[in-house]
Design a protein around this ligand. Structure first.
Ligand SMILES: Nc1ncnc2c1ncn2[C@@H]1O[C@H](COP(=O)(O)OP(=O)(O)O)[C@@H](O)[C@H]1O
Ligand SMILES: [Mg+2]
Length: 278
């Protein structure tokens, strides 16, 4: 099944999460925190999926397992059939909530440093970095420093850096969380447009129901901790998605269904936190 842009196709599995559970030692030294329990997921090449669930349900942990930053207590993540045993900068790029730009380097140099870390050929780094800045509309700010940019522009720069690495996989951990709502929605539109013609496989962690519906081919809804997959919602709509999609009945139906699925889990998570406080 392919849509007009080739995105959303489930032709070939690129990422597989097999029976992953993860346990952290509890912060007080005694006992443990079960962050994830029995996660089984398959993500197709070129698919855009969102992970949504209450705070502390293990979304970042799952992203870190796929990115090779955390070795799971049980089970495994596989990319392209190979078991993930550590970070793979040639295959996987990250965007975090904070842009994580180096404050003492220009925007252009920030991207070039990442390319250097990735061991991309020296001769092409400058051009690749400039193209990435152009793609996100920041070419006029190549020689600016992070502190000279707004929050939205910094995240745009972080997106340019991630795109410049030309990885198959992009992991985004609440990349819009620190931005105001209007900026977020514009950013989402940009992202939908930018990615429509790429066969990038994307995992997005978000708290925003609208963002999840607007951007995703599928949405994985998590339970409260220990995080398990509660439901998977499909969003059958071609990319790039227009602002008109956001006001359509289909969009609203999906968002309402998502809210219903999440509501109980958020209440359960709040209840657990309250017990922890008592
Ligand atoms: N490095 C760590 N050490 C101990 N506990 C952790 C660590 N990272 C996360 N946790 C705990 O694991 C649970 C899941 O965390 P996380 O994956 O960050 O959740 P989410 O991203 O869904 O908010 C939380 O209870 C959190 O406190
Ligand atoms: Mg998180």
């Amino acid at each position: 099944m392919t849509n007009e842009t080739g995105r959303g196709a489930m032709a070939e599995t690129l990422i597989k999460v097999e029976d992953v559970s993860h346990v952290f030692p509890a912060p007080d030294g005694g006992g443990e925190v079960i962050a994830l329990e029995g996660i089984d997921i398959e993500i197709g090449r070129g698919e855009m999926v969102s992970l949504i669930g209450p705070s502390g349900c293990g979304k970042s942990t799952l992203l870190n397992v796929i990115g090779g930053m955390i070795a799971p207590s049980q089970g495994a993540a596989l990319i392209g059939g190979a078991r993930v045993r550590g970070p793979r900068p040639k295959e996987v790029a990250y965007i975090f909530q904070e842009s994580a730009l180096l404050p003492w380097a220009t925007i252009l140099d920030n991207i070039k440093v990442s390319l250097e870390f990735q061991k991309a050929p020296r001769a092409t780094r400058d051009q690749v970095a400039r193209e990435a800045l152009k793609a996100v509309g920041l070419d006029a700010f190549a020689t600016s420093y992070p502190h000279q940019l707004s929050g939205g522009m910094k995240q745009r720069a972080a997106l340019a850096r991630a795109l410049s690495l030309r990885t198959d996989v992009l992991l985004m951990d609440e990349p819009f969380a620190a931005l105001d709502e209007q900026t977020r929605m514009i950013f989402s539109e940009d992202l939908s447009r930018l990615l429509a013609n790429e066969r990038k496989t994307i995992l997005l962690v978000t708290h925003s129901l609208a963002e999840a519906v607007f951007l995703s081919d599928r949405i994985f809804v998590f339970t409260s901790r220990p995080g398990r997959i509660k439901a998977v919602l499909e969003v059958d709509e071609p990319h790039p998605r227009s602002p008109a999609f956001m006001t359509s009945p289909k969009f609203n139906d999906l968002r309402n269904r998502l809210y219903e699925l999440l509501r109980d889990e958020v209440l359960a998570a709040i209840g657990k936190d309250r017990q922890g406080l008592a």
